[in-house]
Structure formats: structure tokens, C-alpha cells
Design a binder for this molecule. Sequence first.
Ligand code: CO
Length: 137
Amino acid sequence: MITALDHIAIAVPDLKKAIERFMQDFGLPFEGTEDVAEAKTSTAFFPLPPTSIELVHPLDGGGPIAKYLEKKGGGLHHLCFRSDNIEEDIARLKEKGYQFLSDGPILGAHNSLAIFIHPKSCDGVLIEINQPAGDHH
Ligand code: CO
């Protein structure tokens, strides 16, 4: 079951500059950065309860965010629903015909399990579903 809007992600061409903007100009609390090898991204999180802002930047210059930045220069990249049982949500949505970008969940930021729904299944919006670490079996 989907229980919360976990985060909203923005793709940024200059992570350091974007972190400074969100800290200094918007005054958001900075939780730190994390490289997510499986998703080939460097991320920065700004908790803004009950959700948070995630800045995403290509890790080592490659991966899907690099392609996105090449095409669009930056922008609103995805939103993420938190699930209390990701396998069950994936199965339910697959049954309804939703397509996913991977066969199963991958390891996301904060050791969560994460999977992306193909944007063409959601009117062009990229939606991630995650299940926080410690919450998955
Ligand atoms: Co995300």
C-alpha cells in the first residue's frame, strides 16, 4: 500500500551549486549526499516533513540522469511514493498493465528498495516506489 509522498526529485547539472541554493536561498535543512551505485546517481536530501526534496546528479558522468540532463538541462525528474510492501504494490500494478524500468526493486538511497514505473504508464510522469530500509523483509 502506498502510504506517503516520500520525495520529489530534481535533476541538477551542478550538484554543489544546487545544494547551496536549497540550503542558503530556501533555508532547507541539508541531510547530506549519498552516491547510489545501482542507480548511477549522486543524491542530496533535504527533509521537508512529511516529504523531502532529492537532488539527483549523474554518478561519474553516466547513467539515466546524464541522458536527462543532456536532453533537458535539468528539471523536475520524478516523484516517489513510499510503500509499506513494495512487492505487493509492484504485483498489483503489473496486473493492471503498468510497465517498470527494472524487473524488480533495486537498492536505492538510504538502503531503501526502489523501483521506477515507466513514464508512459503514468501520463509522462516518472514515478518511483520505495520501501524504507528496515521496513522490508
Ligand atoms: Co528518488
